[in-house]
Write a protein that binds this ligand. Structure first.
Ligand SMILES: Nc1nc2c(ncn2[C@@H]2O[C@H](COP(=O)(O)OP(=O)(O)OP(=O)(O)O)[C@@H](O)[C@H]2O)c(=O)[nH]1
Ligand SMILES: [Mg+2]
Length: 423
């Protein structure tokens, strides 16, 4: 058979087959959409999709709820299907494994699975218009699906449109033009290293830290939580022992996302439900990245429970607006004495930040202190920063190559950073 005839034959075969095409971008997402078109599409769907009895007789263009079934009768996923004259839209969950299994299943039921639009660098269709960086683009898509703040989106997209991508591209251009670099080789190596070592900071931005507020009952923990989150997520009351179950909420601290957890007040004589609430508060604190250890203005001395040893703790004196009044009356309430019982080897904390969640006094300083502990103070999203361990490793190796005077090896690392592994 001539090549032309074979090609024609192939087209005829293809035309008789339904085609399954993924419409949503590759990577992780909430929902993925597969379009099934062509002759035999309805039959292929029938073999794969089992509608719920209540959705069995769906008219065209109405939504059918049901299940994607595996060959062995196991349920692969729940799906919403809509048949239209243009084809069948299959909405499934967006995890890569679910998408792969469903497409494979459709393939085994007679459909031709159309390739994702362009797969260079792992499936990021259009590379950047000026920078050839499909691998960075692919990682950008992967990372974007999980971010929690506009600052993280800004930092990530900047690395794709400038940042590490531009840094690598400029260094590669110099090598290929055999130009003497405008800056010295050691400066360039330092720039690569800085970008590589920014990865832990980027990681903090991409996976929000856990910040847990602990302290004696009535210290103002819930009021402080609400002030930092910007909404009344936790119940506040003048009676000690108001919070029992911890409350966890996303807060943007000067645009950086953190999970903030308000906990039950800590006191030693707690029994029954109260003892469980105290135990849960301690467990939260043990898993925290940063702890805000609070003490009200009316608590006398600031103590540090020994079980917080080794943890990253910021001491916060709350209710600053009451300080003057308290100093003159020197009241100490019983819950605070009870809290001290939990800190047998307690050390005094000499310096605490003073805040009033009521007036806002001291809160900017507290926000800065949290960011400092997380390495995010003064974070500039426009600096070149690796946002995956792969990028960090390649930038470190590019710096090392420069130190050893090998421009070719540096170029190899940067080429891989931009375009992924070739060959
Ligand atoms: N004046 C003043 N009062 C405050 C401040 N913060 C909290 N309070 C008051 O202190 C009381 C206790 O506040 P909460 O935020 O519920 O204290 P808590 O530490 O969460 O208490 P528990 O959940 O019971 O452990 C409430 O009456 C608040 O209005 C503050 O900054 N200034
Ligand atoms: Mg509370």
């Amino acid at each position: 058979m001539s090549q032309l005839k074979a090609h024609h034959q192939q087209r005829i075969t293809n035309n008789k087959q339904p085609v399954a095409r993924l419409l949503t971008p590759p990577g992780r997402g909430g929902i993925a959409v597969i379009h099934l078109t062509g002759p035999g599409a309805v039959e292929a769907l029938r073999r794969v999709f089992r509608p719920l009895p209540s959705h069995a007789d769906a008219a065209p263009r109405t939504l059918q709820l049901g299940r994607i079934m595996g060959e062995d009768g196991a349920v692969l996923d729940e799906a919403v299907v809509c048949s239209t004259p243009e084809g069948i839209e299959i909405n499934i969950h967006g995890g890569p494994q679910v998408v792969r299994s469903t497409l494979e299943r459709l393939g085994r039921c007679g459909a031709r699975v159309a390739a994702a639009p362009v797969c260079e660098g792992g499936g990021f269709p259009p590379a950047h218009p000026q920078l050839h960086n499909p691998a960075v683009g692919h990682e950008l898509l992967q990372a974007l699906s999980g971010v929690q703040s506009p600052l993280a989106v800004a930092a990530l997209t900047h690395q794709w449109s400038a940042g590490v991508s531009r840094l690598a591209s400029q260094a590669l251009a110099r090598v290929s033009a055999a130009e003497a670099p405008g800056i010295s080789q050691s400066d360039l190596a330092d720039t690569f290293r800085r970008a590589a070592r920014a990865w832990p900071r980027m990681a903090r931005l991409l996976t929000p830290a856990e910040v847990v507020i602990v302290g004696p009952p009535n210290a103002g923990k819930s009021t402080l939580t609400n002030a930092l989150v910007g909404r009344a997520v936790s119940i506040v009351h003048e009676r000690a022992g108001t919070t029992r179950d911890w409350v966890r909420e996303l807060a943007l601290i000067d645009q950086a996302p953190v999970y903030l957890t308000d906990t039950a007040g800590l006191w030693q004589q707690a029994e029954g439900i109260d003892a469980e609430a105290v135990a849960r508060a301690r467990r939260c604190a043990e898993q925290a990245d940063v702890i805000l250890l609070t003490e009200g203005a009316d608590g006398e001395e600031f103590v540090f429970p020994s079980w917080l040893d080794g943890q990253c703790v910021i001491a916060v004196r709350t209710k600053a607006d009451l300080l003057a009044k308290v100093r003159s009356s020197a009241i100490e309430e019983s819950p605070r004495k009870a809290f001290r019982g939990l800190c047998p080897n307690a050390e005094k904390i000499p310096q605490a930040l003073t805040v009033s969640a009521l007036t806002g006094e001291g809160l900017p300083k507290l926000r800065r202190a949290i960011l400092r502990r997380l390495g995010l103070e003064g974070f500039d999203p426009t600096e070149p920063m690796a946002f995956t361990p792969r990028q960090a490793g390649l930038l470190e190796r590019a710096a090392q190559a420069l130190d050893e005077g090998s421009a070719a090896r540096m170029a190899q690392q940067l080429g891989e950073l931009m375009a992924g592994q070739t060959g």
